[in-house]
Design a protein around this ligand. Sequence first.
Ligand SMILES: Nc1nc2c(ncn2[C@@H]2O[C@H](COP(=O)(O)OP(=O)(O)O)[C@@H](O)[C@H]2O)c(=O)[nH]1
Ligand SMILES: [Mg+2]
Length: 433
Amino acid sequence: MALGGLRKLVDKISSMVIVDKKAVDEIISELQRILLSSDVDVEMVFKLSQDIRKEASKPPQGITMKEHIIKLLYDKITDILGGERQSINLDRQKILLVGLFGSGKTSTAAKLANFYKKRGLRPLLAPCDVHRPAAFEQLKQLSKEVGCDFVDKKSTNVVDILDVALKEFPKHDVLIVDTAGRSALDNELINEIKHVRDIVKPNEIYLVIPADIGQSAKKQASEFKKSLDITGVIVTKTDSTAKAGGALSACNETGAKIKFITIGERIKDIEIYDPKRFVSRLLGFGDLQSLLEKAKENVDEKSAEKIMSGRFTIDDFISQLESVRSMGPMEKILDMMGLRGIKIPKDKLADQEKKMKRWKYIKDSMTKEERLKPDMINYLRVKRIASGSGTSEREVRDLIKNYTQTKKMMKKLKPGSFKRGVNIPGFGKFKMR
Ligand SMILES: Nc1nc2c(ncn2[C@@H]2O[C@H](COP(=O)(O)OP(=O)(O)O)[C@@H](O)[C@H]2O)c(=O)[nH]1
Ligand SMILES: [Mg+2]
């Protein structure tokens, strides 16, 4: 998939030492190449580039330029691919699938049946493609695979089939009606679908669109939307084409709601379309969004800034270590900082957890003055703090040593200094791989 290039781009950004204007230009032209090769509309790409360029110039306080630009990419791409996830009907319902030849209606019918079955609903598949002789057998075979009921009525008249289907529906939860396609949306097809629609009275009419038509999906989605009251779109074959970005962004542009995507030929290869999740995966971050959101909640930005500047107190130090810790795996945070490939041994992480607890006790036993000016903590004070906090003098000295080292390191820190390795307070020194 052409959008697959996004992952490389994010890796590239992560490994950049400085993200300056020149780097931003480079990032944008690479992004343009990726989106255009995925058949995203040129104007859309142009507008997105402009937006990123404009917003890149003003990163919000407290986050690094790198984070800012990755988040921008993430947000903008998510926007053109659909933004917020659409709600999915999980109630008792009747679904009508419409679309052109070969768009994936019949296989999607089976995938949907499987999807609902997995959620505890009883699906019923109805074969209403009366034009293709093989369509009946195809759906019958698929329903066996799913292990769901099938309307076993062969006829050239949809009325006969739907008659049986609606009689059987009370014993089921989800009726899924497969229909015939055409090579284009002509009046004949519209009338035929309307005929079926009036008999079935479906809760959902899903238009099935193959991703391989790229941005032509726009014309198709808007035509179907105009002639029939489609309630959503299912984009198929997103796994087997480089044009998925074009198809998804084009559908989204028409205002049609993309509900599901299919991602392969097996019956389980269907998923609720969630643009955020989709883009996270493309960017190779798994849960970038939740991580960034968590980071926003947890990181004490003020103390982070102070630490980066080398002017900080024991309070800032502990609070920063705490916030970093509560964010979860340290490695992810390092990834976010562009320090990819650093592996922290598990036992070190566990040690750190214990240490943090003890350090907090130590901090609480310090006077306010001591916390602000740790330099004043002499031998006698160490003794007092240790006994007050129920820790050892060695632990008190360890905390002060870590604090002092971090302070020194931060003062010396220049762009590029992460290249050779990094000393993570409380974790020790790590070499870049
Ligand atoms: N790789 C892949 N192939 C798919 C997907 N969905 C459908 N297909 C294939 O597309 C072809 C046409 O599908 P079909 O359901 O018969 O389309 P219909 O004419 O609209 O009923 C079949 O060979 C399917 O296996 C998908 O998500 N991924
Ligand atoms: Mg079919």
